[in-house]
Design a protein. Structure first.
Length: 237
């Protein structure tokens, strides 16, 4: 690994460290309150989930990298190829790190309060029956710690890559170009719903929903990130 690549990775993680620590202190504090509540109120039921916050965090960081980190690294003389590789490693590393921490903390909380007292934070209703669960891995029957980590990593990376390329579009073409792109996506979404093919696509995903979906989602995120190089290679300060 070149010194320039190591320097870029160090800068990315060093600038994120403070925000990441605060993020996890807040979530850990909420989980501590959950454990204390369960201990003080023996007959209570608890609902908690960490998947939502880590997905949102990944999306925010995807845009933050473009707006704050890339211009500074370019000023320092980092090449576009170096930026591309370092941000890719950073994205997958951050997604994996958050997934590991989130699922480890969730396992600890479940250990303290007992699985029978966890009512679940995701609710699905079908034909009058209601299913509740804390993680999509439970719905798929793949509820091991490793499987949950992979699912969260794939979703986080996909969202980070999507927001990264959107951020590049705003940075490269300005507010007008960025909102024009988002408007085109909205129009495409509306057209897909009106024609029915988008609804059929969602129904097909639901009917064939399995663990393989997250391999496909991770692959989609990788493809999106690969396409981002077309914008990144022409980026200027």
């Amino acid at each position: 690994m070149s010194k320039q690549l190591r320097g870029s990775l160090y800068y990315l993680f060093a600038n994120l460290r403070h925000s990441l620590i605060i993020f996890w202190i807040i979530l850990a504090s909420l989980l501590l309150v959950t454990i204390v509540s369960a201990i003080l109120i023996p007959d209570s039921v608890i609902s908690f989930s960490l998947w939502g916050p880590i997905y949102a965090f990944a999306a925010v960081i995807g845009y933050w990298v473009v707006k704050n980190a890339l211009p500074f690294l370019i000023k320092l003389g980092s090449t576009r190829k170096n930026l591309y590789v370092s941000v890719g490693l950073y994205a997958i590393g951050l997604s994996l790190l958050n997934a590991v921490i989130a699922n480890t903390l969730s396992s600890i909380v479940t250990l303290f309060i007992g699985k029978e007292r966890d009512v679940g934070s995701i609710i699905l209703t079908d034909d009058g029956s209601t299913m509740t669960f804390n993680h999509v891995g439970e719905f798929l029957g793949e509820n091991t710690w490793l499987m949950r980590v992979f699912i969260d990593t794939s979703i986080s990376f996909f969202l980070l890559a999507a927001m990264f390329i959107i951020g590049l579009i705003f940075y490269r073409f300005g507010i007008v170009g960025g909102f024009s792109f988002l408007g085109a996506l909205v129009l495409l979404f509306i057209l897909g719903l009106s024609k029915g093919w988008l609804l059929d696509f969602f129904i097909s995903i639901f009917n064939n929903f399995s663990f393989a979906f997250f391999y496909q989602l991770l692959l989609t995120g990788i493809v999106i990130y690969l396409l981002s190089f077309l914008l990144l290679r022409r980026i200027t300060i």
